[in-house]
Ligand binder design. Structure first.
Ligand SMILES: [Zn+2]
Length: 702
């Protein structure tokens, strides 16, 4: 057919031209320490031929033809990357080259004649051998029983890109090329790559070659090769722009589980298309991976663990994560490893976002909250400290900060811009940088200009600085004014894991009265404290900050509307309510603050209070409402390890009505050991609670 050929040709032509324009319009906004091979030469097409994938010897053999274009003048040698494999011969424009060397994964090839900027050469490299697996055991090219496959990045390989594990290439996040992949396997196996299956040629010797072709450019870490005993379950998605084929290559035993495993796939595709634009590749593809190997977002051919083929929706968040990478990572690729949150943070956030479309807003919120608790409690421990999202050390590119804090920052950015500007801006950004790379600065500047909101202060605090801000209301002063009330609200900012205050913060304030009248407004403030006067038509009995949890600051909070006596678990706040009496509906909000309470104004000597957390209880408590509050304590890192240091100390619960009042001991019942248990306050009141310990020397002096 001539038509596909013409399209491929036009795409290459367009790319060559558009890349020049892209560079002219978007100068690099990165702090790159090292030059990239793609600074001097770029690949526009790879023809990868694995002529033998030997499952017994665990070796591959084949050749790759790379069409390369010089980006500088007077180039007399080129460098490609190839890991572990041995090179048999090299040809440039069909002429055999003797002067090449391979060491430390670098394949240096001396050209017979210099080439100049814009010149194209065809390098054909023949190679064979055992394949590379990165020290983490995750990325590289794997053999496992009847299966062989690549995973395109290595956690412990620096740089992380591992196209080089199975073909010679320019292996970075910038360089994008088109691919034809030819995989020769035994006839009882299938061989799957990205793009579209062009044909399967049976050689008559019990082997066949599977030819796959991509229509969209990809960096080397996103092209894939997978072979093994697979069955195909095929489907189609009617996308916004095109009918997209769906392929699930599963273990023969899992055939019947496929439909149940991916039951929501098309709904999720629709949600992502609506938010982020048409599905960006020619196929939605998931191919099973054996032997405990992980999931990897190879474009249109996601590697997806056999173990996640559950037959039910238990793991759907996982394929959703990989699906979201088709937009975040594959369509627009992070400019560098230091920008990895642009791939992984967004994908983690998408694990929550899809729930909003399928299971409603509350499911999104519950999922974000549960992840936020995890981030605040464990990320600094697992990553070995607080790190800024941007510029993350390459040892933790794939760590909790990038994934989990990254997801929370995307959520917070959504709240900051509001849904209309946020989703409109993100869709436009993905279009602007389509099939290209973008840096953190590119995202910041694009969304700033799209929205008209200067995002520099937001990025300075949330992306370029470590840790978290913490926002709270210190007090409010209510004065009668005309037919309504003037309410002056004083807010403050504390810090967790950072010394840098966030500026230009948008903090939503919710005012409610006892008959549930409600007003929501916003205070914009910078630095440690702020205040604003709001005019209200009613007298507010409760004033709450960020009730809708739009900001992932150092708080985990939840409100519940309570209508009957029962137990209510505020899961991510280490607090449970036992409602004993209720005549009318109550609104009870519990906030777990992951910062130290102000330690001033202690009523009793000898008491040391928590340096890491306290609770806020707010809401509408109607007459006759009575609830017990059960708080959890534990001498573990990031909870009470610094407070509960001495079994001789006596644990106490402290209460105050608000930030301006004095902490005083409040009666409680303790269950558990000195190091772990619960504290129950018999009559929970609005105000603040925190843990303290009374030094044994003071115990008799009551
Ligand atoms: Zn991911």
């Amino acid at each position: 057919m001539t038509k596909p050929f013409l399209i491929a040709f036009l795409t290459i032509f367009f790319l060559l031209n558009s890349q020049n324009i892209v560079f002219a319009q978007f100068p690099l906004k990165e702090n790159r320490k090292t030059a990239l091979y793609s600074d001097t030469i770029e690949a526009i097409h790879y023809g990868i031929h694995l002529t033998d994938i030997n499952l017994t010897n665990k070796t591959i053999q084949g050749y790759t033809e790379a069409k390369l274009v010089s980006r500088t003048g007077k180039l007399s040698a080129i460098k490609l990357e190839l890991a572990r494999l041995s090179v048999d011969s090299v040809f440039i424009n069909s002429v055999k080259i003797k002067a090449f060397s391979l060491s430390n994964n670098k394949l240096a090839i001396k050209l017979n004649a210099q080439i100049n900027s814009g010149d194209t050469i065809l390098a054909a490299i023949y190679y064979h051998g055992h394949t590379f697996v990165d020290p983490s055991g995750w990325g590289g090219f794997h053999f496992s029983g009847d299966y062989a496959l690549n995973l395109g990045v290595g956690f412990d390989a620096i740089p992380h890109n591992l196209g080089k594990a199975w073909f010679p290439c320019i292996d970075d996040f910038h360089d994008r090329a088109l691919y034809d992949v030819y995989l020769t396997v035994a006839n009882d196996k299938k061989a799957i790559s990205g793009g579209t299956l062009v044909d399967v040629t049976n050689h008559g010797n019990n082997t066949s070659t599977w030819h796959w072709k991509t229509e969209h450019t990809l960096p080397t870490y996103l092209i894939s090769a997978t072979t093994g005993k697979y069955e195909l379950v095929a489907d189609t998605f009617n996308g916004l722009k095109a009918r997209i084929p769906i392929t699930y290559y599963c273990k023969p035993e899992d055939l019947k589980k496929t439909a149940g495993t991916f039951v929501n796939m098309k709904n999720i595709l629709r949600i992502f298309e609506n938010h982020f634009g048409p599905y960006p590749f020619e196929r939605v593809g998931y191919t099973g991976t054996p032997g405990g190997l992980g999931a990897m977002e190879h474009a249109s051919n996601v590697s997806y663990p056999f173990s996640a083929w559950t037959g039910n929706t238990e793991r759907e968040w996982w394929y959703t994560h990989e699906l979201s990478h088709m937009w975040f990572g594959d369509k627009v690729t992070c400019a560098s490893a230091e920008d990895m949150w642009l791939n992984e943070g967004w994908a983690v956030w998408c694990e929550s976002l899809y729930r909003e479309g399928i299971y409603r807003k509350q499911a999104y919120r519950d999922n974000m909250r549960s992840k936020l608790k995890g981030v605040l409690q464990t990320t600094a421990i697992t990553d070995g400290g607080y790190f800024a999202l941007y510029g993350i050390p390459q040892t933790i590119t794939y760590g909790s900060t990038v994934y989990q804090k990254g997801g929370q920052v995307v959520h917070t950015l959504r709240g900051y811009l509001g849904d209309s500007l946020f989703f409109g801006g993100v869709k436009a950004y993905l279009q602007k940088y389509a099939y290209n790379y973008a840096s953190t600065y590119d995202l910041r500047d694009f969304l700033s200009s799209y929205s008209g909101i200067d995002l520099k202060p937001f990025f300075d605090a949330w992306v370029f600085a470590p840790g978290f801000p913490h926002f709270s209301i210190d007090s409010s002063v209510i004065v009668k004014s005309g037919s309504g009330y003037d309410v002056k609200v004083f807010v403050s900012q504390k810090l967790k894991g950072t010394t840098q205050y966030a500026n230009a913060n948008h903090l939503e304030i919710t005012f409610m009265d006892n008959s549930w009248q409600k007003n929501i407004d916003t205070i914009v403030f910078s630095g440690a404290v702020g205040h604003k006067t709001f005019h209200l038509p009613f007298f507010p009995t409760t004033v709450m900050a960020d009730m809708d949890e739009k900001i992932s600051d150092a708080t985990t909070d939840q409100f519940k509307i309570i209508k009957s006596t029962d137990e209510y678990d505020y899961k991510q706040t280490f607090c449970k309510l036992q409602v004993e009496k209720i005549a009318d509906s109550a609104l009870v909000r519990i906030t777990h603050n992951w910062v130290a309470p102000d330690s001033l104004n202690l009523l009793q000597p000898g008491i040391r209070i928590s340096d890491s957390r306290y609770w806020t209880v707010e809401g509408i408590f109607p007459n006759g409402f009575k609830a017990k509050g059960e708080f959890t304590y534990k001498a573990t890192e990031n909870l009470d390890k610094t407070l509960l240091t001495d079994p001789k100390d006596s644990l106490v619960m402290l209460y105050r009505t608000g930030a301006g009042s004095i902490w005083a001991k409040t009666p409680f019942i303790r269950k558990g050991s000195w190091a772990e248990g619960t504290i129950t306050v018999n009559k929970l009141q609005k105000g603040e609670y925190t843990l303290g310990v009374l030094n044994s020397k003071y115990m008799d002096k009551k």
